[in-house]
Design a protein. Structure first.
Length: 415
């Protein structure tokens, strides 16, 4: 294996219990021969450090805001860039001003991002980083774009959605796509949205790179019963109020376990109080505990209103569990209705209750859907393989930014 890029990985908050797929991607890139330095804007709350993997990653991560709060470090970083690359430094500042949303508060935030970018760029220089990759195209991606402009270190980012697509102008998605060396889109739906907000000449930089799982982690016995599992953030957008309403209509032998936490937990527990003997709230759990929970339950339910392509659906399918979820965004690219799961309209409690009722009563259907789902994830959403494709993109663009020599992955149409 030849020399591979030393990569900086940036997110707004790392590691998090809700973003274990990023940890898997980092680990897979390391396995493919890259040295990956992890960077995070904010320090992770203790509630997210739910396992040894998270604690180890937290210990080796550079926290940008923490260091930017040191006036000495902040001034030293920015003066260093001003002396080394004055032209790029002023271009970075101009880019920050040009991409600031309207209003004094938004401008102030943009200046904070520029301040953080100088510190991030300085640390990447110290570490000898040759490529910066960012996950989530909002504030941390703004910092990545500005750090790249200041330092000359190229950057790319993984575009997820859906929230970025609600405010693409505010977050200047067009400019981020323009400035990025390439963009990893998690689905065809995601790529199409990026195409909507960027000029045609930039479409060639938009590639499909799935978030992935480790199927072997979830191997177990086939499903067969009426134990439902939900894993996700406890916020209304995940559709939990609809699921709890549906539970009222389902037979008393149908139970629900809820893994996760969030702003609406108290309200959801109150909603479930009349039938609390059938609903158990478990809070955050480690990757290992989630894997064990999938093996211990029969059907996975995720009735979200807005998603990209939920990694937790991939995990459930890898565990050979039938999934019941909503027909939104990139989800139909993963789940084939009636084959590996059931897709229902978002917000439709009757359809959700009907789907759970049908699947929970048909053990053979559960087994067939589980087998089909696991095959799909194993073939197309394996973290190790997706990280290899991301690695190929980084290396190919390093060799030739304008015309990378890439083998097009299956089903990806290049423009």
């Amino acid at each position: 294996m030849g020399h591979l890029s030393k990569i900086a990985y940036l997110t707004g908050e790392y590691p998090r219990a809700t973003d274990t797929f990023i940890q898997r991607e980092v680990a897979a890139l390391r396995a493919h021969g890259h040295e990956v330095m992890t960077y995070s804007i904010r320090e992770t709350g203790i509630e997210h450090l739910v396992g040894d993997e998270q604690r180890q990653e937290a210990a080796r991560t550079f926290y940008v805001l923490k260091h930017a709060k040191s006036l000495v470090r902040l001034v030293k970083s920015h003066l260093g860039w001003l002396m080394r690359r004055p032209g790029d430094y002023w271009r970075g500042l101009r880019l920050a001003l040009e991409t600031a949303p309207g209003g004094a508060k938004a401008l102030a935030y943009q200046m904070f991002y520029f301040a953080e970018a100088g510190v991030l760029a300085d640390e990447m220089r110290r570490q000898g980083v040759s490529h910066l990759h960012n996950h989530i195209a909002k504030s941390s991606c703004t910092v990545a774009m500005l750090a790249s402009e200041i330092s000359g270190i190229p950057f790319s980012f993984t575009l997820h959605g859906p929230d970025i697509f609600f405010a693409p102008n505010h977050w200047r998605l067009d400019k981020k796509i323009e400035k990025a060396r390439f963009v990893a889109c998690i689905s065809h739906f995601c790529r199409s949205q990026a195409m909507s907000f960027s000029p045609m000449e930039d479409w060639r930089k938009l590639h499909i790179v799935h978030c992935g799982v480790e199927p072997e982690r979830y191997a177990g016995d086939p499903a067969g019963g009426k134990k439902l599992l939900f894993v996700g953030r406890l916020a209304a957008v995940k559709g939990m109020p609809v699921l709890l309403d549906a539970m009222k209509r389902l037979p008393k032998d149908v139970t629900l376990t809820v893994i996760g936490d969030g702003p609406d937990r108290a309200a959801l527990e109150e909603q479930a109080a009349p039938f609390r003997e059938r609903v158990k709230f478990m809070g955050y759990q480690s990757q290992t505990e989630v894997a064990e929970a999938l093996k211990a339950h029969d059907i996975f339910v995720l009735p979200s209103f807005a998603e990209g392509v939920p990694v937790v659906l991939m995990e459930a399918m890898a565990a050979a569990r039938p999934v019941i979820t909503t027909r939104i965004a990139g989800v139909p690219e993963l789940v084939k209705d009636g084959v590996s799961g059931v897709l229902v309209p978002p917000g439709d409690m009757d359809a959700l209750a009907s789907a759970v009722s049908s699947v929970s009563q048909d053990i053979e259907m559960q087994k067939k859907m589980g087998v089909t789902g696991r095959a799909k994830v194993t073939a197309e959403y394996r973290a190790f393989d997706e990280a290899k494709w991301l690695s190929d993109l980084i290396e190919s663009y390093q060799r030739s930014e304008s015309s990378p020599a890439l083998a097009v992955r299956p089903n990806e149409v290049m423009v």
